[in-house]
Design a protein around this ligand. Structure first.
Ligand SMILES: Cc1cc2nc3c(=O)[nH]c(=O)nc-3n(C[C@H](O)[C@H](O)[C@H](O)COP(=O)(O)OP(=O)(O)OC[C@H]3O[C@@H](n4cnc5c(N)ncnc54)[C@H](O)[C@@H]3O)c2cc1C
Length: 477
């Protein structure tokens, strides 16, 4: 502790239980374990010094960003001497270069801060998700975060040009390149994107910027069923090509839940399912409204769509987006949900949703599927609500059984059990269950090469095989 204090100062070391508490529990309050202390360095040099001290003392290090991750990856595991290393005091925008369309930022900056820094020089940083006010660049890189505009711009992996990383032994890798092309051996930055802080501490990132958006057209469309939703997505892709920047799916039941549970959030009309579509362009004269209207007319004539509204102002646009964003809050108010983050090939979305509805009705009677997600990416949040009047804590052992069944259903359809949230602690057993042994061996080999003592974020992603954790006793946020 004294050695750590000499590196980060009094303000950079939290040892009291009350000060540690918020760093020790994950956002969903599903995992909570003590850390020896919370360390908050202010520079890359301090991170490196902390890593060297921990290596010498045999102490594990849990990197933490905004702690908005949904798989308990940024909080301690049970029974290990470990510190939480929070990057929140390293939040500077180091450089913004509109000529290079790049920005270099420290890991602790929030996504909103990066979006705003890009906007100031008339550029767009396109990553966008509901946690953007709190989620930090280091966390977003380490989870390869996705969100609302992946179908146009890709997930975080596609937006990272370079990284600066402190390795488990305290060495600093400076890979802050702004180059778009560099075929000189292993592209090392990809070792750290999406690996959830198990291979190194991201201290800074060089990010790719895009032209600022000057025109948008946004529609909320009621469709007759899930197949009609995917047909609408395909039609939008064919008509709007690169201008299609958002295509979200919301099942009718999920929308009704929002209407019931969230004040001032009402869908403009009733439908079996909904699609939120957005076209955008840097060209202020782009005829996006006309394209969107033609698309919707076609869908109405083909009787795939039943009704639609097009936002007439930014205020109306935000109201439509809010209908989609409030689903998690509505679930909470309803007593929580067993959450999943599956992806399947686009061609199998409709079949998958039908199979999930059948599965829940047959095996978990009374439970209620609540399905929404990033349709354009084949990524569905398949959440299962407890029976009416119950909370998710009442599910007990059923919690894990539901997860096993939903994940198996996705994997059986050439899908994945974790599309964008990662593995962390919550999906480590699923990884062991579903991944090919060769995949697992390769992952272990890489982990061992970079972190032979297993001191960086232990118990995350790779761990001994086990059962799906039973999280029913939690609040189920
Ligand atoms: C309301 C809400 C909506 C969300 N919507 C989406 C969505 O649409 N798409 C999506 O992909 N995710 C979504 N998420 C999940 C979450 O916001 C993302 O996973 C985000 O990337 C986490 O960032 P964070 O800074 O909070 O990371 P944390 O939760 O702090 O950490 C996440 C992981 O990264 C590691 N880590 C953190 N910082 C570093 C670092 N500097 N170096 C190395 N490792 C590090 C941690 O150890 C942990 O394993 C949502 C979450 C919430 C609460």
């Amino acid at each position: 502790m004294a050695a750590l204090r000499s590196v980060v100062g009094d303000a950079g070391l939290l040892t009291e239980a009350a000060d540690r508490a918020a760093f020790e529990s994950d956002w969903r309050r599903l995992r909570s374990n003590p850390a020896l202390c919370i360390v908050l360095p202010r520079s890359t040099a301090e991170v490196a010094a902390v890593m060297r001290l921990c290596a010498d003392a045999g102490i594990a290090v849990v990197p933490q960003g905004g702690n908005t991750g949904l798989v308990a990856g940024a909080v301690p595991v049970a029974d290990a001497p470990q510190i939480v290393l929070s990057l929140r005091r390293m939040a500077a925008i180091r450089t913004v270069d509109p000529d290079d369309d790049s920005l270099v930022v420290e890991a602790g900056a929030t996504l909103v801060a990066v979006q705003e820094a890009a906007a100031k020089v008339d550029r767009l940083f396109p990553l966008s998700l509901a946690s953007e006010g709190t989620a930090q660049i280091g966390g977003l890189v380490s989870t390869n975060a996705g969100g609302l505009q992946v179908l146009a711009y890709g997930s975080m992996r596609a937006l990272v040009l370079g990284l600066e990383v402190v390795l488990p032994n305290g060495r600093v890798w400076n890979g802050l390149s702004t180059l778009r092309k560099d075929n000189t051996g292993l592209d090392l930055k990809h070792l750290f994107v999406g690996t959830e802080g198990t291979l190194g501490i991201v201290t800074a990132a060089c990010l790719r910027l895009f032209p600022a958006i000057r025109r948008r057209a946004t529609a909320f469309v009621g469709v007759v069923d899930v197949a009609a939703a995917t047909a609408l997505f395909r039609a939008a892709q064919a008509r709007a090509a690169g201008a299609l920047t958002m295509c979200e799916f919301v099942a009718g039941d999920a929308m009704r839940l929002v209407a019931r549970r969230v004040a001032d959030a009402r869908p403009p009309f009733e439908a079996p399912a909904y699609v939120l579509l957005e076209l955008s362009s840097p060209d202020p004269d782009a005829p996006l409204d006309r394209t969107l209207e033609a698309l919707l007319e076609e869908a109405l004539e083909a009787e795939r769509a039943m009704d639609a509204v097009i936002a007439q102002s930014e205020r109306e646009r935000l109201q439509l987006l809010r209908l989609r964003e409030e689903i998690s809050e509505a679930e909470l108010a309803e007593g929580g949900a067993v959450k999943h983050d599956i992806a399947v090939p686009l061609s199998r979305i409709a079949e998958t949703v039908a199979a999930i509805e059948d599965l829940v009705a047959e095996r978990f009677p009374g439970c209620r599927p609540n399905i929404f997600g990033h349709l354009g990416d084949g990524n569905l949040h398949v959440n299962v609500l407890p029976p009416e009047g119950r909370t998710v804590s009442d599910l007990g052992d059923l919690y894990g059984t539901i997860t096993e069944a939903v994940e198996a259903l996705a994997v059986a359809r050439q899908g994945t059990f974790s599309a964008e949230h990662g593995v962390g602690q919550m999906r480590a057993a699923s990884l062991a269950r579903f991944k090919d042994p060769v995949d697992l061996d390769l992952m272990r080999t890489v982990k061992h090469a970079l972190d032979p003592a297993g001191r960086l974020n232990p118990g995350k992603i790779l761990r001994a095989e086990g059962t799906i954790p039973r999280d029913g006793a939690s609040s189920g946020r």
